[in-house]
Each structure stands twice: as structure tokens, then as C-alpha cells.
Design a binder for this molecule. Structure first.
Ligand SMILES: Nc1ncnc2c1ncn2[C@@H]1O[C@H](COP(=O)(O)OP(=O)(O)OP(=O)(O)O)[C@@H](O)[C@H]1O
Ligand SMILES: [Mg+2]
Length: 326
């Protein structure tokens, strides 16, 4: 296997301004490293505001890192020239949370799906027509003629997300960032769309980052999970192992908060873990999870930051409980 995307020590900071003065920085991503093998899907999981979208945007070259490097197929995306960056972007696709606002309401489905080919100057109009119809079939919008000339408001939310996926795969990218692709959809069609994404990922051999706040959905198609808390990865490992045997108390809490099929046994995440997500401007000292952690060790967890300990094959956890295991 070879690595397609490599992130080294990534930090993305945003200035906080009041009355034109910078009064602090939001450390949205604060020192993250990971390497993605070709064909692998990584689920990035964590609470709202922990930095998931910012991480995804950095991978897409849409925000500039404060520090660290991102390599795509060996090229560092923030040190190439504009022409090289365009060539890299052609090889990367994105699917966002809200299929309605990400699709131009004035364009037909045909034009929306064709657009990346036009922007990148791929194929003649005749070739493009064939490619667009094929992409609509790939996402099961069939017969394609029935959908191609409709406008986004004329189709359902699930169908709109299928259009967004068709647009993302049309220029045959090698890497896709899917940021909460099913969050806005009706619960009944979420699994359907996730299974479609998995089918396409396998068929095209795509490398993928699947961003979600819902750890339960990671099991549908990710090979590995990265659990993010306050701008950092706190756990990283194969999906099955992490879900079965989480090694970080935060991951455990996310799993405990997965709704039980029996409503009487349901606990909200807040009840399981308590407290509020931390500020990214003044994060807690030491382990950022320590104020909410049931295993908090005074003088230890608040004094220094736990490194990512190795706790098994391909498994890492940033928790002092694992200090003597590794
Ligand atoms: N352009 C920006 N300028 C300033 N702050 C930003 C910007 N983008 C994101 N942030 C801040 O960075 C932090 C992380 O935001 P991000 O959108 O990456 O979180 P997230 O994990 O995707 O959350 P959600 O689950 O709600 O989508 C938040 O505190 C957010 O307010
Ligand atoms: Mg987000």
C-alpha cells in the first residue's frame, strides 16, 4: 500500500478580532498528524466545534495552515505554485453537509454535475454529456434523463445529496472529503446514502475522509477512526477495534451516547460526559478533556499534555491511563 495523503503537525489558527484588534486566536486544529493509504476511508469524529471542518478544509487547500504540512501524492499543497495546486485540486473532490446550499438553485442537475468538467476543461460537450449521464447512474439517479433537466428544488433532500456526490466524483478524483454528508438528511435515508458512498468509494478505489459528529455512522464504511477533541486527535485506530474497545475516555463517552434502540435506555451525550466543550481560545491545561473526564488524575492530567501512546497494532490514544500499557 502507498500513502496518498499525509498530514504532519497540522495547526490551523484563526484570529479573534474585536474592533479591528486581534484579541486572541482560535486554535481550531492544533497539531494533528495522520497518513492515509490509497483506498482507505478515515472517519473523523468529534463534537461540534472541535475542528473537523477546518481539518477538512485544510486538506482541500481551502484554509492555510499556521504550521505543519499536508502532502498529496508527495507534493506539499501549500508550497506548490498555483498551476500545480490547480492540478492537485482536480484530483480531490468534496461533499458538504447541506446539499441545498451547495447546489446552485438556478442550474439544472445536468449543469451542476457537468460544472467540474467545464471548469477543468475536461472533454468535448458530447463526451461530457456521456460522463454526466454515467455519473447520475453511478449515484442511482435513474433513468438519468428524468433527473438531468430538473432543478434542485424539484428533487428530494436525499436525491440532492446524490447529485452532490455525482458532482464530486465526475472528474474522477482520487481523494474525497465528505463533511457531514448525511447530517441534514432524514434519518430514514442516511444509511442509504452512506452505503452509496461506500459502494462508490470501493468501485472507484477512492481515498476518503468522512467527517461526522455521529460515531455510530462510522461503522458503515470507515477503515479507521480518528477521534478529535478540541483541535487534537485523542484516539486513532481501526474502526472495529475502536468501537469495540475504545481506549480514550472521550471515545468511550461518544460510544455510550449512541442512542439505544430502546428509548428508555437512551442517554444524551451531555448526560454521559457532562460539562461543556472547551474553549479553543483558552483550552484547558494538560489534557484538554481533563475537566470532563471521569478518570481525571489531579497533578497529572492538568499538568502536561498526554502524547499519543501506542496501545496495540495501529492503535493510538492520547491518555495517561495508557502510559504503562504502551
Ligand atoms: N473562518 C473562521 N474564522 C474564525 N473562526 C473559525 C473559522 N472557521 C472555524 N472557526 C472556529 O474554529 C473552531 C472549529 O470549527 P469547525 O467548523 O472546524 O468545527 P466542527 O468540528 O466542524 O464543528 P461542527 O460539528 O459544528 O461542524 C470553532 O470554534 C469555529 O468557531
Ligand atoms: Mg463542521
Amino acid at each position: 500500500m502507498s500513502v496518498l495523503v499525509e498530514v504532519q503537525g497540522l495547526k490551523v489558527y484563526f484570529p479573534v478580532r474585536r474592533f479591528l484588534k486581534t484579541v486572541g486566536v482560535v486554535k481550531a486544529v492544533d497539531g494533528v498528524s495522520v497518513a492515509l493509504e490509497k483506498g482507505e476511508t478515515l472517519a473523523l469524529v468529534g463534537e461540534s466545534g472541535c475542528g473537523k471542518t477546518t481539518f477538512g478544509k485544510a486538506l482541500l487547500g481551502a484554509v492555510k495552515p499556521f504550521a505543519g504540512k499536508i502532502y498529496f501524492d508527495g507534493q506539499e499543497i501549500n508550497s506548490v505554485d498555483d498551476r500545480q495546486l490547480e492540478a492537485i485540486k482536480r484530483r480531490i473532490g468534496a461533499v458538504f453537509q447541506d446539499p441545498y446550499s451547495s447546489l446552485n438553485p438556478m442550474f439544472t442537475i445536468y449543469r451542476i454535475v457537468e460544472e467540474p468538467l467545464v471548469v477543468h476543461g475536461i472533454g468535448s460537450p458530447k463526451d461530457r454529456k456521456e460522463t454526466v449521464f454515467k455519473a447520475l447512474e453511478d449515484v442511482k439517479l435513474v433513468p438519468a434523463e428524468d433527473f438531468a433537466y430538473k432543478y434542485p428544488h424539484m428533487i428530494s433532500g436525499g436525491q440532492r445529496q446524490r447529485v452532490a456526490i455525482a458532482r464530486a466524483i465526475i472528474s474522477r478524483p482520487e481523494f474525497i472529503v465528505a463533511d457531514e454528508p448525511v447530517t441534514m438528511l432524514d434519518a430514514s435515508i442516511r444509511v442509504e446514502i452512506l452505503l452509496l458512498l461506500r459502494e462508490i468509494q470501493r468501485k472507484l478505489g477512492l481515498t476518503m475522509v468522512y467527517i461526522t459528529h455521529d460515531i455510530a455512522t462510522a461503522k458503515y464504511f470507515s477503515d479507521r477512526i480518528a477521534v478529535m477533541y478540541a483541535g487534537k486527535f485523542v484516539e486513532l485506530g481501526p474502526t472495529k477495534d475502536v468501537l469495540k474497545n475504545p481506549s480514550h475516555p472521550y471515545t468511550q463517552a461518544l460510544i455510550d451516547a449512541i442512542p439505544d434502540p430502546d428509548p428508555r435506555n437512551r442517554l444524551s451525550f451531555r448526560k454521559v460526559v457532562g460539562g461543556e466543550p472547551p474553549s479553543l481560545i483558552n483550552p484547558p491545561s494538560g489534557c484538554r478533556f481533563h475537566p470532563r473526564c471521569p478518570f481525571f488524575m489531579q497533578g497529572k492530567c492538568d499538568a502536561s499534555e498526554p502524547p499519543l501512546y501506542s496501545v496495540g497494532p495501529d492503535r493510538f490514544t492520547a491518555c495517561f491511563l495508557a502510559e504503562h500499557q504502551s
